[in-house]
Design a protein. Structure first.
Ligand SMILES: Nc1ncnc2c1ncn2[C@@H]1O[C@H](COP(=O)(O)OP(=O)(O)O)[C@@H](O)[C@H]1O
Ligand SMILES: [Mg+2]
Length: 373
C-alpha cells in the first residue's frame, strides 16, 4: 500500500477575498471560493454578476485588485505573486470555442503541447481526440465540423496538457436547444473520464443543477451560496438564491415560535429556527396544494397547461399572488375560489437580509388554457 498523498486533500482551487472593479463598477466583491479536486462546480448567476471576471482572474488573464488565488496548493495570484496564464496549468473553453480556423483539428488540439517531443505530442492528440469521440477527424478544419463537434475540439484542446483545472465559460450558449442537452451530457462524461476538476460558468439554473455536483451562486459580484443542487433548492440561504434557483413566491411573515411563522396563508412550520420578528417566507409552486372551496382564501386567476403539469395562479384576498404546480388533471377552473395548503416546512429569510419590499405582485403570465370540454 502506498503512503497517503499529502496533496490529495488539498482543494484544486482556493480563492480568498477576491475583488475586482472596473472604473466605478465592482465586478467581483470579496469572493471566497474553494473547489475540491475532481469536482465539477458551476458558477451560476445572472448576466453581469461577475462570472467571467472570476474565470479571467483564475486563469491569470486579469489581475484582481486584492485577494489570493491558489491552484493545487500553489499561490498563483497574491501580494507580490503573479504567475502568467501559460504557467498556471489551467485549460480554458470559451463560449465561441475560439478555435484557430486555419489549423486542422489535430493542430488545434496540439496547441498547448509545444514542449512535448513530436511523437509524444501526436500520441497525446490521438488520445484526447479519442476521449472526446473525434478519433479520425484530426485532419479536418474546424469549419467542416458541426457546432457540437467544434465544442468537443475546444474541450480536447483544453484537456490535452492535463490541466489542474478546466474553466468553461458558458460553453453551450452557442448551441441550439435540441443539441445543448446532448452536448452537455457528453461534456460531463468527458470531464469525468478525464478525472478533471472543472468550473463551469452558466446563467441557466437548470443547466447548473442538472450538470454539476456543486453550484456556486453569484449576484452583483458577491457569492451567495455554494452547495449541492438539492441543498441549494431546498435550503437557499438568501432570498436571491431562492428566487433565482427554481420558481419561488415570497410572502411576508412574522415569527410565531422558534420554528413557526405567521403568513397570509396561515401559520407554517419552518426548516430552520426563525431569526428575526419580520421574515420573508419562500413558497415553491410544487409545495402548494389547492382545494376548491367557496370560503377559500383566494381565487384562481390563470392556468397555464403544459400537459405533464400545469401552473395555477391564485390571487389571495389580500392581493398576494401564489403559483401552484399541479399534475395534468384539470380539476380546478379559472374563477374558482380555493383553499391553499403548503406541503412540508418552509424557508424563512430575515427580511432585512434583502431590502426589497414584499408587496403583492401583478399577474406575470397570461392564461394559456382555461376551458376544457
Ligand atoms: N473589461 C471591462 N471593463 C469594464 N467593465 C467590465 C469589464 N469586464 C467586465 N465589466 C463589468 O463587470 C461586471 C461583471 O461582468 P462579467 O464578469 O462579464 O459578468 P458575467 O460574466 O457574469 O456576465 C459587469 O457590470 C461588466 O459590465
Ligand atoms: Mg460572462
Amino acid at each position: 500500500m502506498s503512503a497517503p498523498d499529502p496533496q490529495a486533500s488539498l482543494p484544486a482551487l482556493v480563492c480568498a477575498g477576491l475583488r475586482k472593479s472596473f472604473g466605478g463598477t465592482i465586478a467581483v466583491d470579496h469572493v471566497d471560493l474553494e473547489v475540491p479536486r475532481g469536482s465539477l462546480t458551476s458558477l451560476l448567476g445572472p448576466s453581469g454578476c461577475g462570472k467571467t471576471t472570476m474565470l479571467r482572474m483564475i486563469a491569470g488573464l486579469i489581475t484582481p485588485d486584492s485577494g489570493r488565488i491558489d491552484i493545487d496548493g500553489r499561490t498563483v495570484t497574491g501580494p507580490r505573486v503573479s504567475v502568467p496564464p501559460e504557467r498556471r496549468n489551467v485549460g480554458l473553453v470559451f463560449q465561441d470555442y475560439a478555435l484557430f480556423p486555419h489549423l486542422s483539428v489535430g493542430r488545434n488540439v496540439a496547441y498547448g503541447l509545444g514542449n512535448l517531443p513530436r511523437r509524444q505530442r501526436a500520441a497525446r492528440v490521438d488520445e484526447v481526440l479519442e476521449l472526446v469521440g473525434l478519433a479520425g477527424l484530426s485532419q479536418r478544419l474546424p469549419a467542416a465540423l458541426s457546432g457540437g463537434q467544434q465544442q468537443r475540439v475546444a474541450l480536447a484542446r483544453a484537456l490535452a496538457p492535463s490541466p489542474d483545472l478546466v474553466l468553461l465559460d458558458e460553453p453551450f450558449s452557442n448551441l441550439d436547444a435540441a443539441l445543448r442537452a446532448t452536448v452537455r451530457e457528453e461534456v460531463r462524461g468527458i470531464l469525468h473520464a478525464a478525472e478533471a476538476t472543472a468550473i463551469f460558468v452558466t446563467h441557466d439554473q437548470e443547466e447548473a443543477l442538472s450538470l454539476t455536483d456543486r453550484v456556486a451562486v453569484m449576484h452583483a459580484g458577491r457569492l451567495h451560496q455554494v452547495a449541492d443542487p438539492q441543498t441549494l433548492y431546498t435550503k437557499p440561504t438568501t432570498r436571491f438564491v431562492a428566487e433565482f434557483v427554481g420558481e419561488a413566491d415570497v410572502l411576508p411573515g412574522r415569527r410565531a415560535g422558534q420554528y413557526l411563522v405567521d403568513t397570509p396563508i396561515g401559520r407554517l412550520p419552518t426548516t430552520e429556527p426563525v431569526g428575526s420578528a419580520a421574515v420573508a417566507v419562500m413558497i415553491r409552486p410544487e409545495s402548494l396544494r389547492l382545494r376548491p372551496r367557496a370560503q377559500g382564501v383566494g381565487e384562481v386567476v390563470a392556468i397555464s397547461y403544459f400537459g405533464h403539469d400545469q401552473l395555477v395562479q391564485v390571487r389571495l384576498d389580500n392581493g398576494f399572488l401564489l403559483r401552484a404546480r399541479r399534475g395534468p388533471r384539470l380539476d380546478i377552473e379559472r374563477g374558482d375560489r380555493v383553499e391553499v395548503q403548503v406541503d412540508g416546512p418552509v424557508v424563512a429569510f430575515d427580511a432585512d437580509d434583502d431590502p426589497r419590499e414584499i408587496a403583492p405582485r401583478e399577474r406575470q403570465e397570461p392564461a394559456v388554457l382555461t376551458a376544457v370540454s
